[in-house]
Design a protein around this ligand. Structure first.
Ligand SMILES: NC(=O)c1ccc[n+]([C@@H]2O[C@H](COP(=O)([O-])OP(=O)(O)OC[C@H]3O[C@@H](n4cnc5c(N)ncnc54)[C@H](OP(=O)(O)O)[C@@H]3O)[C@@H](O)[C@H]2O)c1
Length: 310
């Protein structure tokens, strides 16, 4: 069976091997023939850290070719999307049924593959704030893989959404996602206070966002692509917005694992009825995975990068 493994000598640290073992499913696992997968920014780091034949791949869609032996989960022939920890960039994979959602006909394999990590992160981080109907929500890194879903989901949930983007070139992109207000800095005096902040940039943006959180509000800090440290003081909570007793949450998305499939099904339904539109910037045959990673590095294409298999 073919699939990608890490190899420091290969382009982007990857090699397409043709001698991988067929998946051997546990009783609660279905076997899925992979049709598409998407790249996540963190996968670059995982590949660099595990250069020894490790098998990457987390966001996958495909067709069930063997149902779970315990009788649970989708039947053979079902079109599905899966949230994996690894091994997804291969022709076939074994997936626990609790990590699978079935796709309606109007959701493509490419759209579905864009959803798992980024969509689940946005969906679950949004829940950190509880009900957001009519409330102010700030999304930082709003045009990133996670940010694009965070903006759309917060709008769908009835929030008034402010998007922080990296510069003027991203403003229209954030508006197209539905953001009510788009800013390139958090310096403005008229910002917030925010009931919820979905913080995906880190560095100096984090204390700036804390200064904008409402009393008792929440900051779900899920990412640090700026790769810069942040100095936070207690005074940041008591500044402009008087965010007394606000909560700073170090957010991780795959927990709880048991309901990943349920949450994927929510995202799929939102795509199906048009309330969520995965922004896909690049679709290529999976043999071009290394090239797609290069485009990821320089962000020459926008949105999620999807590779198709077979
Ligand atoms: N906690 C979790 O469970 C979880 C899950 C998924 C991802 N993550 C993390 O979340 C972060 C975002 O992931 P992603 O897939 O959305 O990555 P991404 O697609 O690379 O998006 C990153 C976003 O941050 C913006 N950005 C980067 N550096 C910035 C800076 N210095 N100032 C302002 N904006 C900046 C980018 O701007 P441009 O749009 O201009 O490029 C982009 O919008 C990563 O750190 C990732 O590791 C965490």
């Amino acid at each position: 069976m073919r699939g990608f493994i890490t190899d420091p000598a290969g382009a982007a640290g990857l090699r397409l091997a043709d001698d991988l073992p067929e998946p051997v499913p546990a009783a609660d696992e279905a076997v899925v023939a992979v049709r598409a997968y998407a790249l996540n920014s963190d996968e670059r780091n995982l590949i660099a850290r595990r250069p020894d034949g490790w098998r990457p791949g987390q966001d996958v869609s495909g067709l069930v070719v063997r149902a779970a032996a315990d009788g649970t989960g989708p039947a053979v022939g079902a079109r599905v999307v899966c949230y994996l920890d690894w091994e997804g960039w291969a022709e076939r994979i074994a997936v626990p049924v609790r990590r699978i959602a079935v796709l309606p006909d109007n959701v493509s394999f490419e759209q579905a593959a864009a959803l798992p990590i980024a969509g689940i992160t946005a969906l679950r981080a949004l829940r950190v704030g509880g009900a957001v109907l009519g409330r102010q929500v700030l999304v930082t890194g709003a045009t990133g893989g996670v940010g694009q879903f965070a903006v759309q989901l917060a709008v769908a949930a009835g929030a008034t959404v402010t998007a922080l983007v990296s510069g003027p070139a991203r403003v229209e992109e954030a508006r197209a996602l539905g953001a009510h207000r788009v800013v390139t800095t958090l310096d403005g005096d008229t910002l917030g206070p925010f009931h919820l902040v979905l913080e995906g940039v880190g560095g100096p943006v984090l204390p700036q966002a804390i200064r904008r959180v409402a009393a008792g509000g929440h900051i779900a800090w899920y990412g640090n692509p700026s790769r810069r440290g942040a100095e936070i003081t207690l005074a940041d909570f008591f500044g402009y917005a008087q965010g007394w007793n606000a909560h700073l949450v170090g957010f991780i998305s795959p927990v709880p694992e048991e309901t990943l499939g349920e949450d994927l099904a929510i995202l799929v339904a939102l795509v199906s009825d048009g309330r969520l539109r995965p922004l896909i910037g690049l679709v290529r045959d999976w043999t071009e995975t290394a090239t797609a990673f290069a485009a990821f590095e320089d962000r020459s294409a926008r949105g999620k990068f999807v590779l198709t298999v077979g």
